[in-house]
Ligand binder design. Sequence first.
Ligand code: F6P
Length: 357
Amino acid sequence: MRIGILNSGGDCPGLNAVIHGVVGAATELGWEVFGFRDGFEGLLSPGDSLVLRPQDTIGILKLGGTILGTTNKGHFASRIGASGVSDTPTEVIRKGKQTLDDLGIGALIVVGGDGSLKTALQLYRQGWPVIGVPKTIDNDLQATAMTFGFDSAVSTVVDGLDRLHTTAESHKRILVLEVMGRQAGWIALWGGIAGGAKVILLPEIPFDLGKVADFIRQRDASGLHSTLVVVAEGVRLPDDDMVTIDEKTGDRVRFGGVGDVVANRLQALTGKETRACTLGHLQRGGAPTALDRILGVRFGVKAVKLAEEGGFGRMVSYQSYHVDSVPIEEAVHQLRTVDPAGEMVQVARSIGICLGD
Ligand code: F6P
């Protein structure tokens, strides 16, 4: 048996752990693994792939990024977000399948987020032997309680907040940290709680900056002169949400910048010196945490098991401490966002964190 693996979409810490798991488990079965470079693009003529043997994966567990490369653009179109998928052209699908057939690939493991898994689903429906592995720092995929990469991103947020905490204290300032996550507030919520933020603004909970300013004034009056504010990049301000919109589809395609706007407004409202910091791609790079490495390896091993069982069209998923699988279509029909009434939000409220509502 020969199997293929590719990473697609944005990178995230733990991708190499999946490759490590896949190569290890496949080798134990006596199988050969082909890694395709730069996502689905590696399937197009003349094909860009390499054979992955255990000796090729030595030392990769601790590496961020992916040794295979990835892309969130290219010929295999998929639109990220809740609004659906733009189909990959038939001719592109035919060419990619030809590469698989020429190499005698019996299963293709696609490691990707929402958009890439939508593409994987389309290819499965066209007869490709596809197995999905969920990947995203945003942790916003349905049908899996956690994706690898999320814990590493949250750790970076916590490290950032720890650093901002000391300088905010010294200068009695408000410090606003903008974090990733697209339309989902998981990174902001988990990172904010773990890093000791006093205000967390989420896309899922409409907020009023006037209320945030009141909260900060009360802190000041009680002798607490610095405040850490975490802002999820996908929050919407009534008049200016700093998101790039795709002119054709109306989709929100690129996030970034809202932290500066929030900081300027809080400074104007409170009269307190305020600074903003955007963590950006620091959250995507660097070594994965131990948890993400373990999750990545487990996902890789499970993907090989699915290949062995002929579980095509399924995606590896993590539920209640177990690695299992679900049909890919169950995972991609909608994003998993923070439940405003959920336990983590309650925890934040219980410890006095202001959510601006
Ligand atoms: O989906 C992962 C993610 O890191 C988001 O949190 C962020 O908005 C986006 O990707 C950034 O994408 P790019 O690397 O294409 O700018």
